[in-house]
Design a protein around this ligand. Structure first.
Ligand SMILES: Cc1cc2nc3c(=O)[nH]c(=O)nc-3n(C[C@H](O)[C@H](O)[C@H](O)COP(=O)(O)OP(=O)(O)OC[C@H]3O[C@@H](n4cnc5c(N)ncnc54)[C@H](O)[C@@H]3O)c2cc1C
Length: 493
C-alpha cells in the first residue's frame, strides 16, 4: 500500500511513523514544506522565551526502510483521478491513500503597512514555525520595545517570553478582557495586574491599525484611537486558519478546514484523509495537538486494518499557559459561562496582590470547571482532579488553597503511588499511569526510556515531573525488592 502524507508536522510525522510499524505492507512518502524535519511546535513560545533550545525540539523518529521523508519539498497539486501528488521539485508521488496533514497558517490581520510583496516588514512577525521563532529571537538582540497583538494563550506566552528577555512589552487586545475563552472578568483583572508587575502594559479593547517604518524597518505601531507607540518588534498572535489550499485545489469539500467524516475520510474521495489542524471533523476541531495525535492513531488503525472501527476518544480541554513567570491553567467551565446557573456551585478566591485567582465549578459532586492563576501547585491539583474525574471534597473551598502542610489541598494526592492505572498522565498523548507502569515493568529505567516507549511528555511536557515521579517510585520498589530478596547477597570484593 502506497501512502503519501502531505505535511511533516506534529501530526503528519506521527501518522507516517506509526503506519510503517503497524502495517508491514505500507510504503510511506512524506512531503514536508519546511526546511527542517518535524519538531515540537507547541514549544516554540518557549524558544522565544529562551527556556528551550531549538535543537531539542525534534520529534522526527529514526529512519525506516519503508519511510521516505522529503524535507523542504511542498506538494503543489493532487490529481485524484490518477492518484498522484505533484511536488514543487517536479516529482510525482503515486498513492493508494493520501493523508493531508497540512496544519494551519497564522492569521495576518489587515494592518496598514505590515506586509510587503516579499513578506512581512522587517521587525514584524507571526509565531507559527521554527523560522518565525528564531527570527524573533534574533530580533530581540537589538530590540528594546515590543508590541504583541492578541492576548489569547499564545499572545500571553509571547509577551511574557519577550519580557523575560528584558524587553518593554505592550499587549494589545481587541477583546474586553485577556484570554476571554479561558478567563472570566475577575481572572482577567488579576492577570492584567500580574503582567504589569512584569513590566508588560496591556491595552484591552484596543487594536493596531497600522505600523510605521524607518529605513525599511518597523519603528512604531498606530492604535485604533490614533495614538502611536514606538516599537522595534511587533508580533501578531491573532489566531490561525486551517491550511486548506491544496485540498481546495484538489476539489475536496472545505469549510473552515478540510471537511472529513467521523473516520477522517473526505466525503468526496475514499482514498483521501485529513488529520490535525487542517481537518474539520464532525465534532469540530480544537486546534490542540492531543486531538491531532488521536486522529493520527485512528487513521493508522484504519489504513492498517480496513475493517477497523474506532470511535474518537475524548481528549482533554485543560489549557495551560506556558508563560514565563506566571502560572495559568483553565479547564471545563471557564471564561464565559452562566455563573448563576443553579446546577453549578461556583466558588472563587481573588488575591490580586499575589497575582492569585482560583475559581472552581462543581456539579454533582464533581469538578466541571476551574481557572487558576498564580498558584501552580493548586492548578496542578485541580487538573489532576478534573482529568481523573475524582469526587470533590464536601467543602470545595478546600480546593482553592494549599494545606498548611504544603502538600496540596490535602484531599487529592498526586503522589505516584496513588495514581490509578487508568489515570491519564500525559494528556497530549493520552498515556495512562498503567501504560507507564507497564513500560517500567518491561525494562524502561529512565524518564527518557518511558517517553521513547510510550510518547508520554513528548507534547507540552507538563507531565514530565509526574513521569519522573513514577520512574523514581518504580526504582524505589525495585531497590526494595533487591534488599528484601533472601537469595541475593552483596559481593564483598
Ligand atoms: C507557538 C505555538 C504554540 C502552541 N501551543 C500549543 C499548546 O500548548 N498545546 C497544544 O495542544 N497545541 C499547541 N499549539 C498547536 C499545535 O502545535 C498544533 O495543534 C499541531 O502542531 C498540529 O499539528 P499538524 O501536524 O496538524 O500541523 P503542523 O504541526 O502545523 O504541521 C503542518 C506541516 O505541514 C506543512 N505543509 C503545509 N502545506 C504543505 C504542502 N502543500 N506540502 C508540504 N508540506 C506542507 C507545514 O509547513 C507544516 O510543517 C501551538 C501552536 C503554536 C504555533
Amino acid at each position: 500500500m502506497r501512502v503519501v502524507v502531505v505535511g511533516h508536522g506534529m501530526v503528519g510525522s506521527r501518522v507516517a511513523e506509526e503506519l510503517v510499524t503497524a502495517d508491514p505492507t505500507a510504503e510511506v512518502t512524506v512531503l514536508g514544506k519546511e526546511p527542517v524535519p518535524a519538531y515540537n511546535r507547541v514549544l516554540l513560545s518557549s524558544v522565544v522565551a529562551g527556556s528551550k533550545d531549538p535543537s531539542l525540539l525534534s520529534v522526527a523518529g529514526p529512519a525506516h526502510p519503508r519511510l521516505r521523508v522529503l524535507t523542504g519539498v511542498g506538494a503543489v497539486d493532487v490529481d485524484r483521478t490518477a492518484r498522484v501528488v505533484h511536488d514543487d521539485a517536479g516529482e510525482t508521488h503515486p498513492y493508494d491513500a493520501l493523508v493531508l496533514a497540512t496544519g494551519s497558517a497564522a492569521r495576518v490581520p489587515a494592518i496598514q503597512g505590515v506586509a510587503l510583496d516579499t513578506g512581512l516588514v522587517p521587525g514584524v512577525f507571526v509565531l507559527k514555525d521554527m523560522a518565525d521563532a528564531t527570527g524573533i529571537v534574533e530580533a530581540t538582540r537589538s530590540a528594546r520595545r515590543a508590541v504583541v497583538l492578541g492576548a489569547g494563550v499564545l499572545g500571553i506566552e509571547v509577551a511574557t517570553g519577550l519580557a523575560a528577555r528584558g524587553l518593554a512589552v505592550r499587549v494589545v487586545h481587541l477583546g474586553e478582557r485577556l484570554m476571554e475563552r479561558q478567563l472570566g472578568w475577575e481572572a482577567s483583572q488579576v492577570a492584567v495586574a500580574s503582567l504589569e508587575r512584569m513590566g508588560i502594559t496591556t491595552h484591552v479593547g484596543s487594536s493596531v491599525v497600522g505600523v510605521t517604518t524607518r529605513r525599511g524597518r518597523l519603528d512604531g505601531v498606530r492604535f485604533g484611537d490614533g495614538l502611536e507607540a514606538a516599537a522595534d518588534l511587533f508580533v501578531m498572535c491573532t489566531g490561525t486558519v486551517p491550511d486548506t489550499m491544496l485540498a481546495r485545489r484538489a476539489g475536496l469539500t472545505c469549510d473552515r478546514g478540510v471537511v472529513v467524516e467521523d473516520d477522517l475520510r473526505s466525503p468526496d474521495d475514499p482514498a483521501v484523509f485529513a488529520v490535525g489542524d487542517c481537518a474539520q471533523p464532525p465534532g469540530g476541531a480544537t486546534g490542540l495537538v492531543a486531538q491531532g495525535w488521536e486522529q493520527a492513531r485512528r487513521v493508522v488503525l484504519r489504513l492498517a486494518r480496513a475493517d477497523a472501527v474506532d470511535p474518537a476518544a475524548s481528549t482533554t480541554d485543560v489549557v495551560r499557559v506556558k508563560a514565563s513567570g506566571m502560572s495559568m491553567v483553565s479547564m471545563g467551565l471557564s471564561g464565559d459561562f452562566d455563573r448563576d446557573d443553579p446546577r453549578h456551585r461556583v466558588l472563587s478566591l481573588k488575591d490580586p496582590e499575589r497575582g492569585r485567582f482560583v475559581e472552581v465549578v462543581v456539579s454533582g459532586g464533581m469538578l466541571v470547571g476551574a481557572t487558576c492563576l498564580g498558584d501552580a501547585e493548586v492548578g496542578a491539583t485541580l487538573s489532576a482532579l478534573y482529568t481523573r474525574s475524582m469526587p470533590v471534597p464536601e467543602d470545595p473551598a478546600l480546593l482553592m488553597v494549599r494545606a498548611l502542610s504544603g502538600g496540596g489541598p490535602g484531599v487529592v494526592s498526586r503522589a505516584p503511588a496513588d495514581l490509578e492505572d487508568g489515570d491519564r498522565v500525559c494528556t497530549c498523548n493520552s498515556v495512562t499511569a498503567g501504560t507507564i507502569r507497564a513500560a517500567l515493568a518491561d525494562g524502561c529505567r529512565t524518564a527518557a526510556d518511558v517517553s521513547a516507549r510510550t510518547r508520554a511528555s513528548t507534547g507540552c511536557g507538563d507531565c514530565r515531573t509526574t513521569v519522573e515521579a513514577l520512574v523514581a517510585h518504580a526504582a524505589d520498589g525495585h531497590q526494595q525488592d533487591i534488599e528484601h530478596d533472601p537469595d541475593l547477597v552483596r559481593s564483598e570484593s
